[in-house]
Design a protein around this ligand. Structure first.
Ligand code: ATR
Length: 275
């Protein structure tokens, strides 16, 4: 019988996950189908129970449900619990267990560009859910320091204080981060600033960026944000958010099927969807 997989979010119409995962299921001859469901906050518990009752093999969770889903699951793994956000759920013998593949997905994508994080000085822009996933994952890689710059500094301090791994970190204003940019080996933009359709916006200006730095943006629409464009003009190496999206999906697929898929195939699929 065909196994059901899904993604729950709101809105969900533009999700590229269904086409990406359905392509993998058919490529591997797995009798399964992946569907998007738009779910309101007040219906989330019913949606989760419904998927469980239907025997779904697993599902993804996206904005705005990544944190609010946790109480409705049967268990959450350690990393997802410390981040406080789940993006992947696996039906393990009737128990729904939550994982976070966003942070590990970012790290896997980054490794092709920057194989060693140990000893590096990192700046994360933003302190929302994506920043949490990335910060907690990077913290385990023994960087020299990971600072967080955010519009609301208190949120950056909360993130730092919540982290269970011992790591040197400071919270900064966005203005202070702009001044100190040359200190960092790696700068990661995790806010939605600059995402289509508001493509002219950027969280900070890069006048002080060193060309030795690597600059990542988790946005992939537009393919190159104004932020990444400015970074490349400064001579820095840049990476957009496609890799994080593809690798979080690959890690989810592996949790559901035991198969780590071909990420190049997934990337082509996503690029095709972006048009
Ligand atoms: P996500 O879970 O996708 O990371 P989020 O939790 O809503 O989203 O976090 C959004 C991030 O973008 C936050 O760091 C937010 O800053 P605040 O903590 O000060 O709200 C940041 N952000 C959003 N809009 C912004 C803006 N116009 N200027 C600066 N930062 C902004």
């Amino acid at each position: 019988m065909k196994k059901l997989f899904a993604v729950l979010g709101n809105p969900i119409g533009h999700s590229m996950s269904p086409v990406m995962h359905n392509d993998l299921f058919s490529f591997f001859n797995i009798d399964a189908h992946y569907l998007p469901f738009q779910v309101q906050e007040e219906d989330l518990q019913d949606a989760v129970n419904g998927l469980k009752a239907l025997g779904a093999g697993g599902f993804n969770v996206t904005i705005p449900h990544k944190s609010s889903i946790i109480p409705f699951l049967d268990g959450v793994d350690e990393l997802a619990a410390s981040i406080g956000a789940v993006n992947t759920v696996v039906n393990e013998d009737g128990c729904l267990i939550g994982y976070n593949t966003d942070g590990p997905g970012f790290l896997k994508g980054l490794h092709a560009y920057l194989p060693v994080i140990k000893g590096k000085k990192v700046l994360v822009l933003g302190a929302g859910g994506a920043a949490r996933a990335i910060y907690f994952t990077l913290a385990k890689e023994e960087p020299q320091a990971v600072d967080i710059a955010n519009r609301t500094i208190d949120k950056a301090w909360s993130l730092i204080n919540d982290c269970p791994y011992s790591i040197s970190s400071s919270a900064l204003s966005l203005a202070d981060a702009e001044k100190k940019l040359a200190d960092y080996d790696l700068i990661i933009q995790t806010t939605m600033i600059g995402m289509s359709p508001k493509i002219a916006e950027q969280p900070i200006y890069l006048d002080n960026l060193s060309k030795q730095s690597m600059v990542c943006d988790i946005i992939y629409n537009p393919f190159e944000t104004q932020f990444l464009h400015d970074a490349s003009i400064k001579g820095a190496r840049i990476q957009n958010g496609i890799d994080m999206f593809v690798y979080q999906g690959a890690l989810a697929f592996e949790k559901w099927t035991g198969i780590f898929p071909d990420v190049e195939r997934m990337r082509e699929n996503v690029l095709g969807q972006l048009g």
